[in-house]
Ligand binder design. Structure first.
Ligand SMILES: [Zn+2]
Length: 278
């Protein structure tokens, strides 16, 4: 995978988001790969048994793999981790799951048509049933706009995509979407350590849902990976009978007390595991 050309990586990154849209309409990655710049923000973050660092708390899982649609594919081949803390987690850090190389940074500030035009109005807006501030000044970032007025062609909102450089995700494409902001200075070709801050939680590219980060992982041969077990959660979908552990996990999460003001736990057990044609 490391031998993949930047063009191939760009096509992979783009192709997985926008189906049916020409993949050649923008220089998504630098034409010439810059030397990796090891960043000096090594984070002494604990590793989960899977070998990854938790990218965000898992106390408010909105959605994981969705219904099976056959041939091993699922609706929503990702996990949505809802914001945790005051103001639904707006502005809290999202971290890299493993040591990784940045292959794409996309922001509505620079490419509003693709990644969503930032909502620059003052005041609050209703998201996920709560009134939340549209922006706030955050140390190191300046004024951060948490939402988009128009969600953009990609529907990803502000996004960081990486290629893993260490097990268990070596060569895997890992994408973090709907961010409010990308960490200033972070660029394509940079190498980030596991646990490094990639950006801030927001709700860009989605117009009504509560703030969350959408994380998806694809193997070097472009198969979707169920992110839930990597995060220490039960497998969230399978093409087969309902798995007891998924139900157990749902009950366990409902019993958890998220930090900050009480928030509904909206973990949904896989809705499609029952009817999955072979
Ligand atoms: Zn999602």
């Amino acid at each position: 995978m490391l031998a993949l050309t930047q063009t191939a990586v760009g096509a992979l990154v783009l192709g997985a988001i926008v189906l049916g849209t020409a993949a050649s309409d923008g220089p998504w990655v630098h034409a010439a790969e810059p030397e990796p710049v090891p960043m000096s923000q090594a984070v002494d973050a604990p590793r989960l048994p899977s070998g990854i660092v938790l990218p965000y708390p898992t106390t408010r899982v909105f959605r994981a793999f969705g219904a099976c649609i056959g041939r091993g594919r699922h609706r929503h081949e990702a996990i949505d981790l809802g914001g945790v803390g005051p103001e639904s987690g707006l502005g809290t850090p999202v971290r890299s799951m493993v040591r990784a190389r940045i292959v794409l940074v996309g922001s509505g500030d620079e490419r509003p048509k693709d990644f969503g035009a930032p909502d620059r109005r003052p005041g609050k807006t209703l998201r996920g049933g709560r009134r939340l501030p549209r922006s706030r000044a955050i140390d190191g970032y300046g004024e951060v706009r948490f939402f988009t007025a128009l969600r953009g062609k990609w529907r990803s909102g502000t996004i960081v995509a990486t290629i893993g450089l260490e097990p268990p995700l070596e060569g895997h494409l890992i994408r973090y979407m709907h961010l409010a902001a990308i960490r200033p200075g972070l660029g394509v070709g940079d190498v980030v350590e596991a646990g490094a801050e990639l950006g801030l939680l927001g709700g860009t590219g989605v117009q009504k849902a509560g703030p969350h980060v959408h994380i998806d992982v694809r193997t070097p041969d472009d198969r979707a990976v169920d992110v839930a077990p990597l995060l220490g959660l039960a497998p969230s979908a399978s093409c087969g009978p309902v798995r007891d552990e998924a139900v157990d996990a749902a009950l366990k999460y409902e019993a958890m007390d998220p930090p900050g003001p009480p928030a509904p736990i909206r973990w949904t057990t896989p809705d499609g595991v029952i009817d999955c044609p072979p």
